[in-house]
Design a protein around this ligand. Structure first.
Ligand SMILES: NC(=O)c1ccc[n+]([C@@H]2O[C@H](COP(=O)([O-])OP(=O)(O)OC[C@H]3O[C@@H](n4cnc5c(N)ncnc54)[C@H](OP(=O)(O)O)[C@@H]3O)[C@@H](O)[C@H]2O)c1
Length: 323
């Protein structure tokens, strides 16, 4: 159960900032943790992502940081008015980027970034190749829209799946060349669209409902990147099947392993934040809820009523035309 309660203000420890939250990002993983699909120890304050203003620092942190705006994606307890954030993982927010956008961009943006440049490496004409095709499930979701934009910007052909006409329109506007509806013939349609070859990489954050289609839609020596389970976990899988499927690779990556090293974190973060600040990357935050409405936001996300990114806004972050 997710409910709004009053608790004591947190105190920043060594290496930490105390931040007044302007907006907290909502991600699908928050629902897995709440529902017990990933290990968690209730009671706890959910969320890990957000943006806001630094109002205090731990004993060993430069006091110049007070008053600056930062974004983060690794601070447990971010569905709150105040949160402590590791100073080394708090990213300065450009003036042109508002709190809801900054609060939504890191977790989904860094994920899309490592999916393209880390877990697999599809290439486009700008890399000197003819251009690969990729398949992105849930193309109108938070990660899906960012991944589509980043890939299309490189000239990679993006095929997506979505559940509604409105989501299809969004996915197309992000740069998807072809948008498909879920169904038993996804792989067949993907083969038709790729001259029978299949896609170089399939990105599957949907899981149980799509995994078999993902395998069947992927080209010989291609890669299936299983990165989530919005429809439920994929059942145990016999690796022996991969030889009959065209020597496919299957990987199950997680963001933490692609931003652990400070240099990699800074590189990926700069690319994503700069792309947002320059307008090269658009983050759609169409779903803005009050902090007290966190339970409703989770219900909407799990019921597939959302597209793009979702945020929670504390009452103190005033002046919003909230959903
Ligand atoms: N491994 C990592 O490093 C990492 C990091 C971040 C996120 N993720 C994963 O990436 C995926 C996307 O995350 P997100 O936060 O951007 O969420 P999201 O894509 O905005 O929301 C999930 C979407 O999945 C689709 N979906 C298909 N079947 C579904 C079902 N049975 N129930 C619910 N949704 C279903 C829905 O789109 P349609 O209605 O169009 O089907 C829904 O909007 C999640 O699986 C998440 O866990 C993984």
């Amino acid at each position: 159960m997710l409910e709004h309660v009053e608790i004591d203000d947190p105190t920043p420890g060594p290496g930490q900032l105390l931040v007044r939250v302007g907006a907290a990002g909502i991600n699908f993983i928050d629902t897995y943790l709440r529902a017990g699909r990933y290990p968690s120890q209730p009671p706890y304050v959910p969320g890990s992502e957000g943006a806001g203003v630094v109002v205090g620092v731990g004993s060993d942190v430069d006091t110049d940081r007070v008053g600056t705006r930062v974004a983060w994606c690794e601070a447990p307890g971010s569905y709150a008015e105040l949160v402590t954030v590791p100073a080394a993982r708090a990213v300065p927010v450009p003036e042109s980027v508002d709190d809801p956008t900054a609060a939504s961009v890191l977790l989904q943006g860094l994920t899309a970034h490592y999916l393209l440049d880390g877990s697999a490496h599809p290439t486009g004409p700008t890399d000197g190749n003819a251009g690969d095709a990729i398949l992105v499930h849930a193309g109108a979701g938070g990660v899906g829209l960012v991944l589509t934009q980043l890939a299309a910007a490189r000239g990679i052909r993006v095929i997506t799946t979505v559940s509604t006409d409105a989501k299809a329109e969004l996915s197309r506007s992000a740069g998807a060349e072809t948008v498909l509806r879920y169904g038993p013939d996804i792989a067949e349609q993907v083969r038709d669209l790729t001259g029978g070859a299949g896609v170089r990489v399939t990105y599957d954050g949907v899981g149980a409902d799509t995994f078999e289609q993902s395998l069947a839609a992927t080209a010989t020596r291609g890669t299936v990147v299983l990165f989530g389970a919005a429809s439920g976990p994929v059942p145990p899988f016999d690796l022996q099947r991969l030889n009959g499927l065209g020597s496919l690779s299957v990987t199950r990556p997680t963001l933490a392993d692609f931003i652990r090293e400070p240099r990699e974190f800074i590189w990926r973060t700069r690319e994503i934040m700069d792309a947002v600040a320059s307008g090269a990357l658009t983050i759609r935050v169409d779903h803005r809820y009050r902090l007290t409405e966190a339970a409703r936001a989770h219900t909407d996300l799990e019921a597939r009523r959302t597209a793009g990114s979702l945020v929670l806004e504390p009452a103190s972050a005033a002046g919003r035309d909230q959903k």
